[in-house]
Design a binder for this molecule. Sequence first.
Ligand SMILES: NC(=O)c1ccc[n+]([C@@H]2O[C@H](COP(=O)([O-])OP(=O)(O)OC[C@H]3O[C@@H](n4cnc5c(N)ncnc54)[C@H](OP(=O)(O)O)[C@@H]3O)[C@@H](O)[C@H]2O)c1
Length: 295
Amino acid sequence: MTEDEKAVTVLGLGAMGTALAGAFLAAGRPTTVWNRTPGKAGALVAGGAVEAATIDEAARASRLVVVCLWDHRSVQQALDPVAGALAGRTVVNLTNGTPGQGRELAGWARRHGAAFLDGGIMAVPPMIGGPGAFVLYSGAQEVFDAHRDALDALGETMWVGADPGLAALHDLALLSAMYGVTMGELHAFAMVRSAGLSTTAFAPLLRRWTDAMSGFQERMAAQMEARDYTTGVVSNLAMQAAAFHNFYDAAHEQGVSPELIAPLYPLMQRRLVEGGGAEDLTGLVELLNTRRTTA
Ligand SMILES: NC(=O)c1ccc[n+]([C@@H]2O[C@H](COP(=O)([O-])OP(=O)(O)OC[C@H]3O[C@@H](n4cnc5c(N)ncnc54)[C@H](OP(=O)(O)O)[C@@H]3O)[C@@H](O)[C@H]2O)c1
C-alpha cells in the first residue's frame, strides 16, 4: 500500500477528533488534521501529523476523510463549502447524530460524488485505539470493506448495515441504555446522600447490585421476539408495580426529587390496565411503539 493509499484526514480536533488522529498516527497512517479554531494540533504535529491551513486543503490531502465535529449542523456548515474537494473521496462521519441525519449526509455525499459511511463511536477519547473501544459503521458494505484496515486503528470495527442511518440508531440505542443505568444510579446516590451517608461506602454495594441485575439482555430479546412476556416469570409486573410507589414515597420522605425514576410508573400502570400483571417488565416495550395500532 502506498503512502497515498494509507493517508487519512481528520476534520475536527476536539477531545474525540484529537484521539482519532492520534490513533491513526500510532497505526502508521500519514495523517492530516484540520480544526476550525487553529492551535489545537500541536501535539499531533509533534507526533508526525500535518496540520492543513484550510479545510479544503485537508479534504484534498487523503482519500479517507474522517469527520468528528460538535453536531450535525456543524458538519453541514463545515462540509458544504468543500463539497467539490470531497468528490471521489470517502467521508466517514463520526459525529453524533440521528439516523435521519446519517441518511441525509449520505444523500448529500452521493450528490457530490463522495462515498460515505456514518459511524457511532462507542468509547470515550482515552479508549480510542485500545481494546475496549468499538465503532459502529453503516453505509455501503464495499465502502466499509475498502477502509476497514484504516478504521481498525480506532477500535474494533462493526458494520451494522447498508442503511446509513443504522450506525446512529445503534449508537443512540446503546447510549440510551447507558443513560438509563446512570439515571438510576444518580437517584440511588441522592437517596443515600439524603440520609447523610457516605457515597463512597455505598458505591461498592451499588456496583454489586447493578452487576447482579445485568446480563438479562438475551432473555429480554427472546421474550420480545416471541412476544411472550409471561413464561418463566419470577418477578411479575403486578408485584413490581405494587412496590414501585414506595420509590416515590421514600424519595419525598427524604427530600429527593423522583424525576429520574418517575417515567417508569405510569408505563407500569398502563400495562397493568392492559392485563399485563403476570408479565415480566419486558412487556413494557410494547407501549413504547408510538406507531402501534390497536388491533
Ligand atoms: N468525547 C466523548 O466522550 C465522545 C464519545 C463518543 C462520541 N463523541 C462525539 O464526538 C463528537 C465530538 O465530540 P468532542 O468530545 O470531540 O467535542 P469537543 O471537544 O467539544 O469538540 C468539538 C469539535 O467540533 C468543532 N466544531 C464545533 N462547531 C463547528 C463548526 N460549526 N464548524 C467546524 N467545527 C466545529 C470544534 O471546533 P473548535 O475547536 O473550532 O470549536 C471542535 O473541534 C460529538 O459529536 C460527540 O458526541 C464524543
